[in-house]
Write a protein that binds this ligand. Structure first.
Ligand code: DQQ
Length: 534
């Protein structure tokens, strides 16, 4: 890789070079966090996939190990694709992953640690019984769409269950398998869940969340105090969608409370770039942690030139919102240990049309928290009933389009004369019977290089601006702006490649491009230290 690397991140996980994609089998074992992930040891594009492996004691600083799983037997000779770890009741971790066999069929394999007393679990042994699950004529499984086993869960009937992503024609499927011993698996007649016309379901994730408590629970927990979440990564749209619903263990089916995984109005973990994510239960801190892959928005040629592609999002704690209608995500607390040189702004009115530069922060590598309150809500622009797609609305009304209540927010990775800037902001509209808050991340002027994908992203945010403040946190890391609106109710992650606003030439502004004044009720920004990721 070249020496000049303005887009490498300082506190988001990435290996020194080459291609990465999905996080695989995250876990905590003997106090050590493990991140395994899809990796091409030979280049900056997808291919030659192995499971690379790093460990950490704080989810921030990472030490690499040799690849944990790589092609070595007929059942995975053409690739070791995504999968998950399950911690058995004995405390032993066990991996299920997808292998691609000599016929290019997708099959499911098992691997166990060679030495359980090694907390780093550097060596893994594949089962002689692999593959444990395979497409056959009898089971009618589509051999090129059968992959990404979930963490398994154990029912009160002592039977293990696991999901495999699949499709039949255009119907997406979460195929269910059951086992008494984790080795012999039988396909259930019915999928746990399916939906028409969604295409392939990659990387399913299925887990319980506590009602009315923001603590995580183990994947096998069931009962009246939990709801269940089913997440799917739609190959068609490359977004991660989830629903919240009820898991009926007797029938082994999952019924979403409301909504579909496939529709554009479906709930997403992140309304920007974030894919093939996976959660695990952190038994040391009783929380559920979400890992997601953030792909590049640059051209393949640029990726090859810089020698790498892909980073991981900051691990996020994830729990059920008190409304019960959506999940909430927040960067793991450990990240705050990288904060230094805090800069605060006093409470103040930010007049319509004004911007305020924040000095004293390393703006290319920062953590920023801001809250707004709005005074003249009744002056909000009316929401046209046809504006149902938040991304389309944010594209139409970008940061430079003047409004009434908004756009107001942050200009991140801004160049001196503002030729380049990534704008993360809110707009408030007057809807039918309530105010509607739109959160946007506008990349249209993020770089003078037009070879990048500069799509603008957007989400509606379930916050009531007449009684609540509007908060925004943005993690800025050279080529990433990872934003959390409404205390984690909507997340938008963007990849940007400024040509001027790099390193010490990057600036940070608070702006209000609406006609109405807004009040800044809180502002803190920190320079971020570099994490040790070797
Ligand atoms: N990536 C893996 C597959 C998975 C896809 C291959 C999702 O197992 O379906 O690298 O990004």
């Amino acid at each position: 890789p070249p020496a000049f690397q303005p887009y490498r991140t300082s506190y988001h996980f990435q290996p020194p070079k080459n291609w990465i994609n999905d996080p695989n089998g995250p876990m905590i074992y003997k106090g050590v966090y493990h991140l395994l992930y899809q990796y091409n040891p030979k280049g900056a594009v997808w291919g030659n996939i192995v499971w690379a492996h790093s460990t950490s004691t704080d989810l921030v600083n990472w030490t690499p190990h040799v690849p944990a799983i790589y092609p070595s037997q007929p059942s995975d000779i053409n690739g070791c694709w995504s999968g998950s770890t399950t911690i058995l009741p004995s405390g032993e971790p066990i991996i299920l992953y997808t292998g691609v066999n000599p016929q290019n069929q997708q099959v499911q394999n098992l691997a166990t640690p060679k030495n359980l007393s090694d907390p780093y679990l550097t060596e893994w042994v594949k089962s002689a019984k692999n593959p444990l699950m395979a497409p056959t004529i009898a089971n009618q499984i589509n051999a090129s769409s059968f992959r990404d086993p979930t963490t398994a869960w154990l029912g009160p009937d002592r039977i293990w269950r696991v999901l495999i992503g699949s499709k039949r024609n255009r119907r997406g499927l979460a195929i269910l398998y059951r086992s008494k011993d984790f080795v012999h698996w039988t396909k259930s007649q019915h999928p746990l869940h399916s939906a028409t016309d969604t295409g392939m379901w990659e990387c399913p994730d299925f887990f319980p969340v506590r009602i009315n408590a923001n603590i995580g629970v183990d994947t096998s927990v069931i009962g009246p105090h939990v709801k269940h979440v089913l997440k799917l990564s739609l190959d068609d749209t490359k977004h991660d969608y989830y629903t919240i619903g009820t898991y009926n263990l007797n029938k082994d089916i999952y019924v979403p409370d409301k909504g579909q995984v496939d529709s554009d109005s479906g709930l997403r973990y992140d309304y920007g770039k974030f894919y093939a994510s996976k959660t695990f239960f952190d038994s040391a801190k009783n929380r559920r942690i979400l890992w997601g892959w953030i792909n590049e928005s640059s051209s393949v040629e640029d990726d090859i030139k810089k020698g790498w592609s892909g980073v991981m999002a900051i691990p996020r704690s994830i729990w059920l919102d008190k409304s019960g209608k959506q999940l909430v995500q927040w960067p793991i607390r450990e990240l705050e240990r990288l904060r230094e040189n805090q800069v605060n702004l006093p409470n103040q009115v930010l007049k319509g049309g004004l911007a305020l530069e924040v000095s004293g922060v390393t703006s290319a590598q920062a953590d920023v928290e801001i809250s707004f309150s709005t005074i003249e809500l009744q002056n909000a622009e009316k929401l046209d009933p046809s504006w149902t797609n938040p991304q389309a609305l944010c594209s139409k009304k970008g940061a430079s389009v003047k409004g009434r209540l908004g756009p107001f927010g942050l200009l991140a990775l801004a160049s001196k004369g503002l030729q380049e800037r990534t704008a993360v902001f809110f707009r408030i509209f007057k809807g039918q019977d309530k105010y509607v808050v739109l959160m946007c991340s506008d990349q249209s002027r993020s770089s003078l290089n037009n070879g990048n994908d500069k799509t603008t992203y957007g989400a509606f945010l379930d916050v009531n601006p007449s009684s609540e403040e509007l908060s925004l946190r943005s993690l800025i890391d050279h080529s990433i702006v990872e934003s959390f609106g409404g205390e984690g109710k909507a997340c938008i992650t963007a990849r940007v490649y400024p040509t001027l606003a790099i390193q010490n030439e990057a600036h940070l502004h608070v702006f209000n491009n609406g006609t109405e004044n807004v009040q800044i009720t809180r502002f803190s920004a920190w320079s971020m230290k570099k994490a040790i990721i070797t």
